[in-house]
Design a protein around this ligand. Structure first.
Ligand SMILES: Cc1cc2nc3c(=O)[nH]c(=O)nc-3n(C[C@H](O)[C@H](O)[C@H](O)COP(=O)(O)O)c2cc1C
Length: 483
């Protein structure tokens, strides 16, 4: 086993956290660019197993994945992954990607092995060449996939773990265990089950990491309300070091409005006073917090600091900057349309199979176009957003965006399938890893963005992550203290 350097834990708190953006929008390149400035760069651990094997099948341009894998503590596993997936010349033009086998509750060994490796590679690369902290973001709801990616990130010395999209009560304890070399578990939520669901356990020893002790990262849950923050601070399975408080204008998934949901004339959920976290209550918790959702200007950032926040978490501005993992052609189209004031963002209550509202940039040529969405043949070949449900005494995994017959055969309801989009394939396409399906059909992208897309035209085409950070910090009183 090679030694992985411990992560720094005593660095001052960042003023700016670059929010985790899956799939591979906040890739190692973006996170490294941000962390090099002394602010917190965060890689996305979502879908990282497929990202790893797709990069290898594209010939691993620049040799980055192979460079990181050369430092992976289990060299036999790294060699096996290279043998199965690496194509030195890349794929032929019509050649589909070889997929990671879909994990099931009983059998997930291959997928989990690759997820550990993927999490390791992403964090290792983001940390390469500097000593500043790097974070990882994961979605709590993706219970079948979280533990191994998390372990891989911890193995590579990640400094901070940031998780929302669900209530990550079990994660702090998992991090404690992983640091001590012990197994970590989460209980699978099973729809319609009488009792509690099965326990999903990642045991480092079973994956070749027996006896390895590691630095325990900080944990920042993403919450929308001070109430949830209070519950987590009191009842989580281990320590929490801070909070991200995300409002409904933020990019990606949003929490649904509290109480009875109403919709505007376009069909978007309407948020109100009850959806605003009480920062007075947050301050009483005594933990640092960062505000997210349209904080990408010096004025907004100053207001966050004035209200007691340690800083802000930004997504949209970083997603469309030159350092992000978004494929170039897509980023350019987004920027041009935003500059022409022809790009709107729709908070779609149906698009995400999770049932959470999901922000969608209305960009032509993507699945935001109804015709293109309707023309796509449904397939579930990645499976991250599958939910567990109990049907006739058995636990099944199903996705409302999978082929309708398959979903119905697993006890799903027809109305749950309406308007659901395959985010797994679409978000892979956003980052340049579009699958070629049967008949040569290429999966199309679907771009998510916060409402602050309206701020993008204020930046010159080709702006960098460092430009964003420099401009924001220069406009804020006392910000220099943090770097
Ligand atoms: C393209 C994009 C993808 C995102 N993906 C994720 C994600 O995978 N996990 C997550 O917790 N937040 C995700 N977010 C939210 C960001 O991490 C961040 O909290 C949010 O964008 C902040 O608001 P802003 O967009 O107004 O800056 C995403 C945001 C964007 C723009």
């Amino acid at each position: 086993m090679t030694n992985v350097p411990p992560s720094p834990t005593t660095a001052p708190l960042p003023r700016i956290i670059q929010g985790g953006m899956g799939v591979a929008i906040s890739d190692w390149g973006l996170a490294q660019a941000v962390s090099r400035t002394g602010q917190l760069g965060v890689v996305s651990g979502t879908g990282i197993d497929n990202v790893l094997v797709r990069r290898l099948q594209d010939g691993d341009p620049g040799g980055h994945v192979r460079r990181a894998l050369a430092h992976y503590p289990d060299q036999d596993a790294a060699a096996a992954a290279l043998k199965t997936y690496f194509l030195p010349e890349g794929r032929a033009p019509e050649q589909p990607y070889k997929r990671v086998p879909l994990p099931s509750i009983a059998n997930h060994r291959t997928a989990w092995n690759l997820a550990v490796m993927g999490g390791f590679v992403e964090v290792w690369l983001a940390r390469e060449g500097h000593d500043n902290p790097v974070g990882v973001n994961l979605l709590t709801k993706l219970q079948m996939h979280t533990l191994p990616s998390l372990y891989g990130a911890v193995l590579a010395g990640v400094d901070t773990v940031i998780m929302g999209a669900g209530i990550p009560r079990e994660i702090p304890g998992v991090l404690d265990n992983f640091a001590r070399g012990l197994p970590g578990s989460v209980r699978l939520d099973v729809k319609g089950a009488e009792g509690s669901g099965p326990l999903l356990t990642f045991d480092p020893a079973e994956y070749g990491f027996g006896g390895v002790t590691l630095a325990r990262p900080k944990f920042y849950p993403i919450v929308t309300s001070h109430v949830l923050a209070g519950v987590l601070a009191r009842k989580a399975s281990g320590s929490i070091e801070g909070f991200i408080i995300e409002g409904p204008t933020a990019g990606g998934h949003n929490a649904p409005p509290r109480g009875q949901v109403t919709y505007d004339e376009l069909g978007q959920p309407v948020y109100g006073e009850r959806d605003v976290a009480d920062l007075g209550e947050m301050r009483k918790l005594g933990l640092p917090f960062w505000l997210a959702g349209s904080y990408g200007s010096p004025e907004a950032m100053q207001s966050a600091l004035d209200q007691g926040a340690a800083g802000v978490q930004l997504g949209t501005l970083f997603a469309f900057c030159a350092d992000s993992g978004m494929r170039d052609e897509l980023r350019t189209r987004v920027q041009r349309r935003a500059h022409e004031d022809r790009l709107t963002v729709f908070t779609d209550p149906l698009a995400s199979p999770t049932g959470f509202p999901f922000k969608v940039a209305q960009l032509p040529g993507t699945l935001a176009e109804e015709e293109l969405y309707q023309a796509r043949t449904r397939i579930c070949d990645i499976g991250y957003l599958r939910e567990a449900a109990e049907v006739e005494g058995k636990v099944v995994l199903r996705c409302p965006a999978e082929p309708v017959d398959a979903f119905l055969s697993k006890g799903g309801k027809l109305e749950s399938t309406v308007g659901r989009k395959c985010l797994c394939n679409a978000l892979m396409a956003d980052a340049g890893y579009a699958q070629i399906q049967k008949g040569g059909l290429m999966e199309l992208p679907l771009v998510t963005s916060g409402d602050s897309i309206a701020d993008v035209p204020k930046w010159p085409e080709g702006y960098s992550a460092a430009d964003v950070i420099e401009t924001l910090l220069a406009g804020v009183r006392g910000a220099a203290l943090s770097v």
